[in-house]
Design a binder for this molecule. Structure first.
Ligand SMILES: Cc1cc2nc3c(=O)[nH]c(=O)nc-3n(C[C@H](O)[C@H](O)[C@H](O)COP(=O)(O)OP(=O)(O)OC[C@H]3O[C@@H](n4cnc5c(N)ncnc54)[C@H](O)[C@@H]3O)c2cc1C
Ligand SMILES: *[C@@H]1O[C@H](CO)[C@@H](O)[C@H](O)[C@H]1NC(C)=O
Ligand SMILES: *[C@@H]1O[C@H](CO)[C@@H](O)[C@H](O)[C@H]1NC(C)=O
Ligand SMILES: *[C@@H]1O[C@H](CO)[C@@H](O)[C@H](O)[C@H]1NC(C)=O
Ligand SMILES: *[C@@H]1O[C@H](CO)[C@@H](O)[C@H](O)[C@H]1NC(C)=O
Ligand SMILES: *[C@@H]1O[C@H](CO)[C@@H](O)[C@H](O)[C@H]1NC(C)=O
Length: 590
């Protein structure tokens, strides 16, 4: 977790903590690299995600990439590729999804980048809608809406996502109010270009609005129905919010989590299970005449000195290699208190944090991501996960659990912590478990019931064969979430194993597949990965030595773990159906 600060109290706090290495002065930032690279002779391109690493660490290839700048150009790109029966995939400027959603099959595929489909087309103040090309970022949408004194009410917290990409994976913010926190549930119309027949000129443009059933497939599509060209979103009059963070013990979290989400419109919870604490975000709409001009510039999404990131990573690597659980727990407390003391990047007026509540306009509080800004500075600073530097490198496990069973899930995690109190300090270094509220969606591949989303980041070794500290506990939580409690993994995050059999959890999966057949009968926009997660072709697991360490499989034999390093495949501690890589101390081996 990158800790940043500019001057004030946090730095003094850090000096006192003798952790000078965490002290950072922000100047500027090198923006992320383009995830698509083509060799100079243009006959091969590669694509990766914004972390520079897919779950299976493979590099995806494509024959070439096209950059349409208008719907007309997009249509001609799709029709030419359809005539040639080429595999296609939509790619975005940043490629933030972790799984291999953007890889076309084989090496002859075509990447269609939405990088230059980046224009806001119109804002209709009367109808309170905004219409944009699919490559615009959330940040652009927020800016465009604000100019007309309108707002998109619930959004992801990171503004570097494109509307096409975030819809493609069902991205969301946090609320149980209104139509919920998924952005796609505020889509009132979209235009999508799919392979067509000869009569269509080999590309078919469909305009889907709320009266059209197909919208329920297209609004969360994993990119397999064609290229979304334009999107119209329903907005609201711009409003103000009031935010207060409150820390409490986590003893009653299982009960509180349910109650809290119904009480506050923008509620979320940061849970630090090993510290046995939770920070509640008390966040509600207030009258627009309430004074305050607060700003949220979430600290971990700011540019960070790469030298600092390297030190943090080295510290983490050393803690891993020496099994220094205590070191991680001390670090976790420091990270949490630093973020908390800096109000996670909230300020009351854009400059200083002077106390809660922080009140301000929606557009200044809903999302952030200033590490995307700024001129090139030769990587003196960057986003903390930029793969060109030695920085954060992590797995992400993200799933939603239905409100009806989420209490039991939280209690199960607490039971694991009771057995192994230090086991989750590692994820607290990444600001703990972010719990957010999502509502059931009408989208066929959207959330099936009102739920809590759990977002967990944790250390990933640069060496795929090296196990992690308390590997078993996190694996048990991961398997418990999706198999014991029927959790739904976020389509744009996660490791392979959680997608096993996932499509069976979607009651309208059959309807989705029918639409896919209708829109792309040749499967030109499908790939091995999308066929696997949609249940059309084999499983998602890649079984080989050490596969469980990377979440490519659930271990069934010791060799799926790291037997030479003492990690063997064992049942879970409180969920016996789990199979996890457990470190067996040498004493117990004898
Ligand atoms: C720092 C960070 C913070 C994040 N915060 C959140 C959060 O708060 N909430 C949340 O839910 N998620 C969050 N995410 C995850 C994110 O929502 C997903 O990874 C999202 O899919 C990424 O969008 P993208 O624009 O990068 O799309 P990509 O990852 O490039 O694409 C995603 C999928 O959509 C398809 N696609 C893209 N554009 C189109 C189009 N025009 N037509 C058809 N298909 C298309 C692609 O082919 C691909 O299958 C975060 C990710 C990061 C890196
Ligand atoms: C193009 O470049 C790649 C590597 O950069 C090389 O392997 C390939 O042979 C080149 N192709 C041609 C046609 O020159
Ligand atoms: C893209 O790659 C395909 C397949 O290799 C090739 O047939 C086509 O000519 C290429 N197009 C361009 C514009 O380079
Ligand atoms: C919620 O969804 C319904 C049906 O799709 C729609 O009629 C309504 O306007 C939506 N409400 C909001 C606040 O967007
Ligand atoms: C929705 O689309 C249909 C045609 O598909 C059209 O007749 C109707 O007017 C549209 N409704 C709205 C609200 O735009
Ligand atoms: C603020 O707005 C509310 C209603 O929106 C109104 O009742 C109240 O009088 C206003 N207060 C001020 C100080 O203008």
């Amino acid at each position: 977790m990158a800790i940043l600060c500019s001057k004030n109290t946090i730095c003094r706090h850090l000096f006192r903590s003798k952790c000078l290495f965490l002290l950072v002065f922000i100047v500027s930032c090198s923006p992320p690299e383009d995830p698509i690279k083509c060799s100079s002779n243009k006959s091969t391109c590669t694509i990766t995600n914004s972390y520079g690493m897919f779950p299976d660490r493979s590099v995806c290839k494509a024959a070439n990439v096209s950059y349409p700048t208008s719907e007309q150009e997009l249509i001609s790109v799709v029709s030419m590729a359809t005539i040639a029966k080429r595999k296609m995939k939509v790619a975005t400027r940043f490629s933030h999804s972790i799984p291999k959603l953007v890889c076309p099959d084989g090496e002859d595929g075509l990447l269609i980048s939405t990088k230059y489909l980046n224009k806001i087309l119109r804002v209709d103040a009367q109808a309170m809608t905004i219409t944009v090309e699919s490559g615009v970022t959330l940040r652009q949408i927020i800016e465009g809406a604000t100019k007309a004194a309108l707002a998109l009410p619930y959004t992801p917290y990171w503004w570097g996502l494109t509307i096409g990409g975030l819809m493609g994976t069902g991205a969301h913010g946090s609320t149980l109010f209104s139509n919920g926190s998924s952005v796609h549930d505020y889509v009132v119309e979209l235009r999508i270009v799919s392979p067509g027949s000869a009569e269509d000129g080999y590309a078919k443009v469909r305009v889907l609005n709320e009266t059209h059933q197909d919208l329920l497939a297209a609004k969360v599509s994993l990119g397999v129905l064609g290229v979304i060209s334009q999107v119209t979103l329903k907005l609201q009059p711009l409003f103000k919010r009031s935010i207060t963070y409150q820390m409490k013990g986590d003893l009653d979290l299982a009960d509180e989590a349910l109650r809290f989400g119904r009480q506050h419109e923008f509620a979320d919870i940061n849970w630090y299970p090993s510290q046995r604490k939770a920070i509640y975000r008390i966040d509600d709409r207030v009258s627009s005449n309430t004074s305050g001009n607060g700003l949220y510039d979430y600290t971990p999404f700011r540019s960070t000195l790469t030298a600092t990131l390297a030190i943090i990573r080295t510290t983490e690597e050393n803690q891993e290699s020496t099994n220094d659980a205590n070191g991680k727990c001390i670090g976790a407390m420091l990270v949490t208190s630093t973020l908390r003391n800096s109000a996670f990047g909230l300020t009351n007026n854009g400059i200083l944090f002077t106390g809660y509540p922080v009140i301000g306009f929606q557009n200044r509080l809903q999302s952030s991501g200033t590490c995307l800004d700024s001129p090139q500075d030769k990587l003196i600073t960057a986003c903390s996960w930029d793969s060109r530097i030695k920085g954060e490198f992590f797995h992400q496990t993200t799933f939603t659990i239905g409100l009806s069973v989420v209490k039991n899930f939280i209690e199960d995690v607490q039971k694991l912590v009771a057995l192994e109190p230090k086991s989750l300090c590692g994820l607290e270094l990444y600001n703990g478990i972010l719990m957010r509220y999502v509502k059931a969606s009408s989208a066929y591949l959207g959330k099936q019931e009102d739920s809590i989303d759990f977002d967990i980041s944790y250390y990933r070794s640069k060496d795929p064969m090296t196990p992690r500290l308390y590997e078993d506990i996190l694996e048990e939580i991961e398997q418990m979430a999706v198999f014991k409690y029927g959790g739904l993994p976020h389509w744009g995050k996660n490791r392979n194993l959680v997608f096993e059999g996932v499509i069976k959890k979607y009651k309208n999966a059959g309807k989705f597949i029918k639409i896919k057949e209708k829109y792309d009968s040749l499967g030109l926009f499908s790939s091995e990965w999308t066929d696997q997660v949609l249940g059309l072709k084999g499983g998602v697991n890649i079984v080989k030595d050490g596969c469980a360490l990377e979440g490519l499989c659930i271990c069934s034999q010791d060799i799926h773990c790291a037997p030479s390093k003492g990690y063997l495949c064992r049942p879970g501690k409180i969920y016996p159906d789990a199979r996890v890589c457990t470190r067996i101390s040498s004493k117990r081996l004898i």
